[in-house]
Design a protein around this ligand. Sequence first.
Ligand code: G6P
Length: 612
Amino acid sequence: MCGIVAACANRPIADILLNGLQALEYRGYDSAGIALQTDKGLQRIRTPGKISALRQLWQANPIQGECGIAHTRWATHGVPNTANAHPHLSGSKIALVHNGIIENHAALRAELSAAGYQFESETDTEVMVHLIDQLEQQHGDLFSALKAACKRFEGAFAIAVTSSREPGTVVGARRGSPLVMGLGRDDAEHFLASDVHALLPETRRFIYLEEGDMVKIRASEYLLTDSEGTEVSRAIKISQIDAEAFDKGPYAHFMLKEIYEQPAAVAETLEGRVYAGQILANIFGVGADEMLARVENIHIIACGTSYYAGMVARYQIEELAGLPCTTEIASEYRYRKPVVPANTLFVTISQSGETLDTLSALRHAKQAGYLATMAICNVPESSLVRESELVLMTRAGPEIGVASTKAFTTQLAALQLLTLRLAAINGMPGKEYQDRVQELEQLPGLLASALELDSEIQQLAAEFADKQHALYLGRGDHFPIALEGALKLKEISYIHAEAYPAGELKHGPLALVDENMPVVAVAPNDSLLQKLVSNIAEVKARGGRMIVIADKDAVASLAADHGEVVQVETGGSLVAPIVLTIPMQLLAYHVALLKGTEIDQPRNLAKSVTVE
Ligand code: G6P
């Protein structure tokens, strides 16, 4: 998704901006640009494509300055071309970069065109720079213009603006999209970015802007206000992010590295939370256990892979804790009027904690009469964490690959902590509870064993490389694992993959099955195994090519002609969905590798989706 970097310092900053954009590449983008205040006035370089292309243009024309803004754009309004790339200019004096979507752009465009402004792009963003230009001339200074303009914008935004009428100054604002300020060397340089990763080589000291905040930075000072322009003070946080997370090490891709990090990431997520068959008190926050004792219903809301984690939790919470639970896609939930039964816990799941639909769902839920809000999230300083009452961090470490891997398995582990806590409160016998918690404690070792299947799965990948379509099947709490397997394959290999609850096969998708359709089934050793075996037979009878990812204890139930079988030690019913995810991830990875696609940054996709 779009990225912002801005800097004011007493030294040349082009490299800071270009390196910052490079650090944001993992979020997904399709064009990029920078604008600097130079001794020849405001100068800009933009291009569709990668940061390497922008760097080449810059090397051919190495503009330099000590104040500037930069952007990676993920197209929403208008194709990815130079004219639509940010920064956008109004005349020659003012430049702006924007993350988000301005919903009233058409009305503002008409108004500004009537006032004589010429538009050069198809973007919603360009209205912002012209409006700020107009207001700067009326109000006489950039910050006042920003404040007045923000009142006119409808939609979501994080922006950074610089004007050569105010040398050495950048102003910014956030509403709905994240923006952070970095404090540089000796407090004599200041930065803005949409994501701390962009600034880690320069600083570890950050102020996270809150909703509606506006900021003005210069090399040696800054001003931070709320949306009304009242000066506010916000805490300076020291980022603890490990620099190694941004290095692929010996791995060919971040995705592969992150797949291999899963045993450690899950162990970290469980660390200090489970011990000797018990879940420790109040791991969701102070007073959380008392609140959990009052919970009678659960609503889980998320997007993408996080949504699939929530789907697994729904099966497990209903089965083990006996509480009604629904899981819903955030972009749907946020626009409906939910009926909230008494004592319902609202749970969001998000790797980034900045997914706009999930955040908006949380804000929507706060008006709807829930017992409490809880976030399961991977980024401690994220908006979702800050706005939720209870929090369980997943501790996966930074996830760089756009396709989520370790975020998913750590979310599942965190959700199982919630499930078992609720189960204990709602009458699960002590011995069973202890056994289940111990199952969870075995999880890192089981994940490490599943990773040993890598070369076996690599062989199977050849089956897919020349195919256009694939089907994935699962039942019960493994249906969402089939969904996640299919999502991984389509995201990174661009093969059309669909997942079905295996029992639904005969109601439509069976018509697609022939020798050109690989079908992947997830087969845990659970009470639905015999049903799944019948569904596999239905595929075989139509000449379909089966690949079964099976619990090793389920293998005896499969017929000899049931296709390729990958045997996995899953360690029990609770954690089986997490363990069986690993072969799915590896399969998608190896297929994509054979196809030569861009694994870490798939086309058209973004890591943290901060627009609707
Ligand atoms: C994007 C990412 C997915 C992710 C989804 C939800 O689509 O590409 O990998 O699952 O957003 O993101 P979140 O950060 O809220 O988990």
